[in-house]
Write a protein that binds this ligand. Sequence first.
Ligand code: SF4
Length: 365
Amino acid sequence: MLKDYPLKQLVQPLLEWYPHHARVLPWREEPTPYRVWVSEIMLQQTRVEAVKPYFERFMRELSNIELLANCPQERLLKLWEGLGYYNRVRNMQKAACTVMEEYDGVLPADYEALLKLKGIGHYTAGAIASIAYGIPVPAVDGNVLRILMRVSEDDSDILKQSVKTEAEKLLQPVIPKKQAGMFTQAMMELGATVCVPNGEPKCAQCPWQPFCMAYKNGSYAGLPKKGKAKPRKIEEKTVLVIRDGENVLLHRRPKRGLLAGMYEFPNLEGHLTREEVTKYVESLELLPLKIEPLEDARHIFSHIEWQMSGYMVRVAQLEEPAGQKEGYVFVNKEVSEHKYAIPSAFARYTRYMNIHLGISKEQTE
Ligand code: SF4
């Protein structure tokens, strides 16, 4: 069990291993509090390789907290397009405004003060405080929990908050006071590259192998233990790619809730028939000329799964602004790619207007 395990013995081998095995990552080159913050928020739910180009583009455009605080929301969402979990960036902007008002534009060098900022939880506060400011506080996420549970052969359910809180408490006294940042990063690196979540852990390369209970007893495959997560709610939708010549109709989502304020293809609850689609398109004051079914698609959010069917609907050319209801806009490819943030949930259908979402747009330019 973790609470009975002598964690102190792990510190020195880890610190000796890290400098020789750390990957070169853009946010590690200059670990300012702002860069650590942005990278940690991006890395939640997203792989390192996927984050790299987003991080670099974000930093080119919003290189400091003031620029983030003042960035128009449409542009901010556009910079985040493809990363998903858009509340992360909305909260980051709210926190940036607080930092401008209360801390003169500099993230506070104080764990408790960081925790009070919007969107910053214990893990992110610990990462910023230790990596950027050298404050000896723990940063425990799923990666760190996994390696701790394996090394101590603890089968507690890591989805329980109490297990995470106890791990933080037990780790706190062993963090080396002068190398807190390196210790945090080394734990993350070991979890990401050696004691990996999917597939066999690379025990032969692990600096903790001589101390690892799961390795000794061959139990690592069953660790860490995770209780059952709540099943996702299934939502059926019909997505409409409505084309007027080269232009496609987009709709702005409500200001609150899932994907708030982003642009989407008009879509309706349930899997609709052609007749139902025709009626809906006419209700938008458009004249449907041709309706063709498109392939199905699926998108998984953390608690919801969209199961989508789609139609391409060609409508008659209409004179502006006729046919445009409030919240709807006809756009062409160029304008859409640079201005309107479309969630990746619609990626299967954006290709019908030759739009590349997120960073892939720049890679194809
Ligand atoms: Fe993980 Fe293996 Fe290292 Fe144990 S020895 S911490 S199971 S990689």
